[in-house]
Design a protein. Structure first.
Length: 164
């Protein structure tokens, strides 16, 4: 396939990835809103939508990797040495300009997605700690269970025992 056709396909694919990443960022912002408000049904719905968007982004990523493989062959460049920055050097002036703009935009967007995700994870951890603290106050921090002999045993109550 012609180098220019491959670069055109790459540009379209990057635009789709950027649109999908914007959708994920919007969903992360909605997640924050629902976490702060304590609206768990809406939060769960948003998480489901975000998972669907992430799956779509993974699908686009696989397509991009196949396209990159084709570009490597066309440009006679090793896949290990290939980056968008290297690709830009091999592109025509028009493609170079578009790829440079897309690269800058995508890097900025991924940074904001990462920050929003970290923020939401912190909010979730704090919410879980608060619930565990409240539960421990109500139950005096112990969870009673009975052994075979009928004797009562106490264990520390732990609402969530793994990090998601």
């Amino acid at each position: 396939m012609c180098k220019d056709v491959l670069f055109s396909k790459l540009i379209l694919l990057l635009k789709d990835e950027i649109a999908c990443s914007k959708k994920i960022k919007e969903l992360l912002d909605q997640e924050k809103k629902y976490l702060v408000r304590g609206n768990m049904p809406e939060f769960e719905e948003t998480v489901t939508q975000k998972e669907i968007a992430v799956l779509e982004l993974e699908k686009l990523e696989k397509q991009r990797l196949l396209l990159i493989r084709d570009l490597c062959q066309e440009l006679a460049v090793s896949p290990e040495k290939l980056s968008l920055k290297v690709l830009i050097k091999h592109a025509s002036a028009l493609h170079r300009k578009m790829l440079t703009e897309l690269r800058a935009h995508y890097r900025e967007l991924l940074g904001t997605v990462k920050e929003a995700n970290q923020r939401n994870n912190l909010l979730l951890r704090n919410s879980i700690q608060y619930v565990e603290y409240t539960l421990n106050l109500v139950t005096k921090g112990k969870d009673a269970t009975y052994g075979k002999s009928g004797k009562k045993y106490y264990a520390e109550r732990k609402l969530v025992n793994r990090v998601l």
